[in-house]
Design a protein around this ligand. Structure first.
Ligand SMILES: [Zn+2]
Length: 112
């Protein structure tokens, strides 16, 4: 990857980079390139137990390593992330302080 390093992908304190889907990681790197500023990964791969503990949905793409939550506190960055992610074919869930980005078969955009 050009922009991200393995330790940025954590489940709690555990580095879970090797559990991430490689196609998704490639797209995430492209997203970072297009956005043109650092992206902070709040959440990436989660196992079932962890996903439940943080209130993730049962069929969350986080369980497959095909999703990340990117920290985002301002509207300009949020708009950039969503625009470029959608252009790359990724799906987005927009929240107040983060944007959920995943790679699913049928693209969606939602506000959480
Ligand atoms: Zn998420």
């Amino acid at each position: 990857m050009k922009y991200f390093v393995p330790k940025e992908f954590k489940m709690g304190k555990e580095v879970v980079f090797d559990k991430m889907d490689t196609t998704f990681l490639k797209l995430l790197d492209e997203l970072r390139e297009l956005v043109g500023e650092p992206l902070i990964v709040n959440s990436s791969y989660r196992n079932k137990l962890y996903n439940k503990a943080v209130g993730g949905s049962e069929n969350s793409l986080h369980l497959k390593g095909k999703a990340v939550d990117l920290r985002c506190n301002n509207g300009t960055l949020r708009a950039k992330i969503v625009k470029h992610a959608l252009n790359l074919g990724l799906s987005c869930g927009v929240y107040n302080t983060w944007v959920h980005v995943d790679n699913r078969e049928f693209q969606i955009l939602y506000v959480g």
